[in-house]
Write a protein of this length. Structure first.
Length: 384
């Protein structure tokens, strides 16, 4: 139940990776354009449409490239363009550390003080999650001085699903760019990035998208920006117009859409691992997965209340429309995937977890709850 951290390996991953190793061994450099199977020079073509369907985007709004943190930094180049009047970034106070590091370093790079330029939105006293109204109030209050609103889609610690559509609308109303880190949202909840008119978004693929540890990441750039040649960018040859990329022409001419922000040719073995997973998502569809997810988390929550009342506190919203497939609980005994100071995250992933496994997890926690501290210590010791 740790799909929120690393998804399981799809059945076809090994086959697809071995196929590319065989092509490399037999064809060498000619594998970029020749032979049966996937031509490496066009590998990202195979990823674009299925990834677009997962995040609710047009094909041209998607690029599969780099890693998550690198992509967010690259998106700050065109979209965080502060002035003396507008320089602030609004984000949540408990954002994943990488997001905080990115924003602080970008603010400093542009000559501003993070203490003054970053607006942190916190839960109210005694609450674990953010109220949408408090996020909107912060945007309304600081909007005239704000360059960017930057939030996660799903909060990594609490599992809270943010109202991305409403946040985007409020940010645009105030003249701000709105971007999202979708690391814990992609492959987990339904997304409609194009329809919501999100300016940009980035995500990894090793969690709910099951593409393997450290796998290649994804980026969304709304079509209203994709053809804007005046936007600054850090350019690389894989972002050059595909029709003349291998002509080694100068100067740089960006490929239209999100792929114009690419830097280097994508790693083939990571790409085919992602293909193996996206094929499954294309068959299932996010709507069906989301429906099962809401029922599974509801079942898990019901079992907590029935069998562990008083010993488990869920800090994830009870409203299924305000959470993904993750429930974060405070258990009164230290076990499994614990995030400091005291939270255990359980993610029944609808793609491969079963209702029986949900029951087994609660049954294990019930048994652990019945143990003494001495028995728990013995169970968790390295020699046990």
């Amino acid at each position: 139940m740790c799909g929120n951290s690393l998804g399981l390996q799809p059945a076809k991953t090994k086959q697809y990776v071995n196929e590319e190793l065989d092509r490399w061994a037999k064809l060498g450099v000619r594998g970029h354009f020749e032979g049966e199977g996937r031509h490496w020079a066009k590998i990202d073509d195979l990823l674009q449409s299925p990834m677009a369907r997962v995040v609710g985007a047009q094909d041209k709004e998607i690029a599969v490239m780099n890693g998550l943190t690198a992509n967010i930094h690259l998106m700050f180049v065109p979209f965080y363009r502060p002035t003396k009047e507008r320089y602030k970034v609004i984000m949540e106070a408990q954002a994943f550390p990488s997001d905080r590091y990115i924003v602080e370093s970008q603010v400093r790079f542009h000559g501003f003080d993070p203490q003054e330029a970053i607006v942190l939105v916190r839960p109210r006293e005694g609450e674990h999650t953010l109220r949408t109204s408090d996020i909107l109030d912060a945007i309304g209050r600081e909007g005239a001085r704000t360059c960017m609103v930057f939030f996660p889609g799903v909060q990594y610690y609490t599992g809270q699903l943010f109202d991305m559509k409403t946040i985007t609308e409020k940010g645009h109303e105030q003249g701000c760019v709105v971007g999202f880190d979708l690391a814990h949202a992609v492959g987990n909840v339904e997304l409609h990035l194009h329809e919501w008119e999100v300016d940009f978004a980035c995500w990894c693929t090793y969690k709910y998208l099951n593409a393997g540890p450290g796998s290649i990441a994804g980026t969304f750039v709304h079509e209203k920006h994709g053809s804007n040649s005046t936007l600054p960018r850090f350019a690389g040859w894989w972002g050059h117009d595909d029709s003349t990329r291998f002509d080694m022409t100068k100067p740089f001419k960006a490929e239209e859409g999100a792929r114009g922000f690419q830097l280097s040719n994508p790693p083939i073995l990571q790409c085919v691992s992602l293909i193996a997973s996206l094929e499954i998502f294309s068959k299932c569809g996010m709507k069906a997965l989301r429906s099962k997810s809401e029922i599974m988390t509801g079942y898990l929550l019901m079992l907590f209340k029935q069998r562990l009342q008083g010993h488990v506190t869920s800090i994830t919203p009870e409203n299924p429309q305000e959470r993904g497939c993750q429930l974060s609980i405070i258990f009164d005994k230290p076990v499994c995937d614990m995030r400091e100071p005291d939270v255990i995250r359980l993610a029944p992933c609808p793609l491969y977890n079963t209702f029986h496994e949900v029951y087994k997890v609660v049954d294990m926690l019930v048994k652990l709850n019945a143990m003494t501290q001495e028995e728990l210590a013995a169970l968790m010791s390295p020699s046990s």
